[in-house]
Design a protein around this ligand. Structure first.
Ligand code: 9MR
Length: 377
């Protein structure tokens, strides 16, 4: 249990940090940003600034869209990246390395190398791991999606995958995103694009939670989705489902919001209210994939006003989580623009993370750090 925290850091506070930063007086577009991101000052690190028992995480870059970029695997190859990863964060989430297509590339073959590397790194650096993910409609291997398996075979394949993957890391994963994105925007179960729900029916969701719990009784088991930051049709669907599963005694422990936000849209101001209603059900809550993208000016460099707006979104998302007692895990989806998925998926948008390509800190970084510090009380 955490001590009571006060989430008071404001946009003004975040904005104030900008001119105070040890600016580099050059014509460089990053002028005004702090040049050296590796101060050893204890509270300069997000993980140290955080209140006791509150985990600050990031996705660990690798797999997925990275495979099509002209750089080597970020996690294993980028020394600077690894250094910041170890210093700044107390939680890590494999961005792609535990997804089916990555960890289970052929029916009879698993590839644990990348996931093992992340879990070992985490242990070495005193970090917890969020496992991501087990039941999803996306990033499944072709052998599975196009295998023409019978229902019995599919059920056996899913159970074996869970026993193998969850079992391998049992006791070493703090939270598992067991079911990812199972509802659409209208709050309807994905009965077509999710192979498991389509072939095995909605009851498979409860079975999967039971199987994961058997394989790792210590891990906290989550539903995770995007577009559920607010009270809306989709989050209502999760609310109804989790309440029902809890009533049935299914081991569901948490509900998490991904929070892929954009400054094109307003901040979801009822995030805290939404988290609170899940908290009231007795569930843990978490923010699992926060980033805040923006429309980039022609020169590709965000304006100070854009960066301040972004910092405000980061700060508000963090404050909402800090304000809810059972929200103890706050993860950003990558910490540097160098490896962000955003420009690859959204044309003309970018700068979504808290550091530039060169690991220079943006106002959003300071907004997080100062809000965490403020919450220590
Ligand atoms: O960041 C991931 C990227 O590398 C992959 O190419 C992409 C493929 O779908 O998935 C990204 O991560 C997603 C996460 O697993 C689930 N929530 C949405 C994330 C962003 O698309």
């Amino acid at each position: 249990m955490r001590p009571i925290r006060f989430a008071t850091a404001s946009l003004a506070a975040a904005a104030l940090t900008l001119p105070l930063v040890a600016g580099v007086a050059t014509a460089d577009p990053s002028a005004g940003r702090e040049a050296a991101p590796h101060s050893n000052a204890r509270f300069d690190r997000l993980r140290e600034a955080a209140p006791e028992g509150f985990f600050v995480g990031t996705a660990v870059a690798g797999g997925g869209h990275h495979l099509e970029q002209d750089y080597p695997d970020p996690f294993t190859s980028d020394k600077e990246y690894r250094k910041i990863l170890g210093r700044q964060f107390s939680s890590v989430s494999p961005e792609n390395q535990m997804k089916w297509e990555f960890i289970h590339p052929e029916r009879d073959r698993y590839d644990f190398a990348a996931a093992d590397g992340i879990v070992e790194f985490a242990e070495k650096h005193g970090q917890v791991v969020r496992g991501h993910t087990l039941l999803w409609h996306s990033q499944n291997p072709a052998w599975l999606e196009k295998g023409g398996f019978s229902k019995e075979e599919l059920r056996a394949i899913l159970r074996e995958h869970i026993t193998t993957v969850v079992g391998r890391y049992a006791g070493r994963i703090q939270q598992w995103d067991v079911a990812n994105e199972i509802f659409d925007g209208e709050g309807e179960l994905r009965t077509q694009d999710n192979i498991w729900i389509r072939e095995l029916g909605p009851g498979i969701v409860a079975d999967v939670f039971r199987w994961v719990h058997e394989a790792d009784p210590e891990a906290k088991l989550f539903f995770n989705d995007y577009g559920v930051e607010s009270v809306n049709a989709k989050s209502d669907a999760y609310y109804a489902l989790t309440r029902e599963l809890l009533r049935q005694g299914v081991p569901v422990h948490g509900f998490s919001v991904q929070a892929h936000l954009s400054t094109r849209y307003g901040f979801p101001g009822d995030l805290e209210t939404n988290l609170r209603r899940f908290d009231a059900l007795g569930l843990e809550t978490a923010v699992t994939e926060l980033d805040v993208r923006m429309d980039l000016p022609e020169n590709g460099v965000p304006t100070q006003a854009q960066e301040r707006k972004q910092a405000d979104y980061y700060q508000r998302a963090l404050s909402a989580c800090l304000a809810v007692d059972g929200c103890n895990s706050f993860t950003i989806w990558g910490f540097t623009d160098k490896y962000s998925w955003v420009p690859v998926f959204f044309e003309g948008e970018g700068s979504a993370t808290v550091m530039t390509d060169d690991f220079d800190r943006k106002p959003a970084f300071y907004a997080l750090r100062d809000t965490l510090k403020g919450a220590r009380g």
